[in-house]
Design a protein around this ligand. Sequence first.
Ligand code: COA
Length: 333
Amino acid sequence: MKTGIRAKISALGTYVPPKILSNFDLEKMVDTTNEWILERTGIRERHLVEKGMAASDLAVGAVRNLVERHGVDLNEVEAIVLGTVTPDMMYPSTACLVQHKLGLKNVWGFDVSAGCSGFVFALTTGAKLVESGAHKKVLVIGADVNSSMIDYSDRSTCIIFGDGAGAVLLEPAAEGEDVGLIDFVHQVEGFGGEYLCMPGGGSLNPASKETVEQNMHVVHQDGQQVFKYAVKKMAEMTERVLHKNGLTGQDVDCFIAHQANKRIIMATADRLKMPHEKVIVNIDRYGNTTAGTIPLAMMTALEEGKLKKGDTLLIASVGAGFTSGASILKWAF
Ligand code: COA
């Protein structure tokens, strides 16, 4: 159904837990160095939760930050779409837990499981709820507690991931207001599942003494395979969405790629001939927070004055699945 309604991001909030794990801390835990991590990934430090803090808590923190910054009345929220691969538990969904913790009434919602594309997929899903005319205020959240599924003796994964969350409010753009989600391209390619997964705890390998002993409840990653796919796919998806809309990298004011590895981000920017000052990088401070990276980077872009009302924003992600996506938005505030 075409309604002519465009969904705009009208508010943004973020949350990271206070505890920091630096590269120097990691040097004491595994056989690695600050220099290796910085050079291979661009990461200096990442934030981690204390025991007992779950994805719903990070999500609630991000929504509270959004309310503080924008004075949003949460009673008007009608739906919650939440991207995560580290839900508080298998079920109920983290969206339900967030609804309860925030005390929202007359709202529905669900989780989106798309790895590092969680926020990008959730944003499109939420935007469609607005564009269809079904809802006027939709919260889209990306929240992940990656530290809950990391083996801190595996130097190839423990250096990459951090915990964090971001939330945006979607609502219809006013008539004639040239802001909001313009277009997207998304894809899943399940052959990549084996290269980045947590094999234990689902219906295939339910939790048991054996699955614990076999270390199946932590992230298993073939870093090189993921890296190669991410470099190729991030470029392909961004070029596709730009081409589909008659645009090139030169038309983009701000580029936010999922923060997985600085080398992947910069390779994509170079392929699009995008000047580096338009590319947002905050991986040095947060590491890879999975569904949290894009809203966290939106906040960085605002703080650095690199994202302003009316700007054309390109966002892109590649994640476990494999999942991938790229979207074009006109920024609304
Ligand atoms: N410190 C020091 N050395 C390390 C290390 C660490 N933390 N991690 C791996 N190494 C070693 C490897 O053991 C290997 O040693 P070897 O040559 O003696 O066997 C060497 O460094 C090179 O390993 P390699 O895996 O080729 O490194 P890389 O340059 O590919 O970097 C990643 C590893 C994980 C940083 C990189 O592959 C990556 O970023 N992949 C994508 C991950 C990602 O984005 N995941 C999330 C997806 S959304």
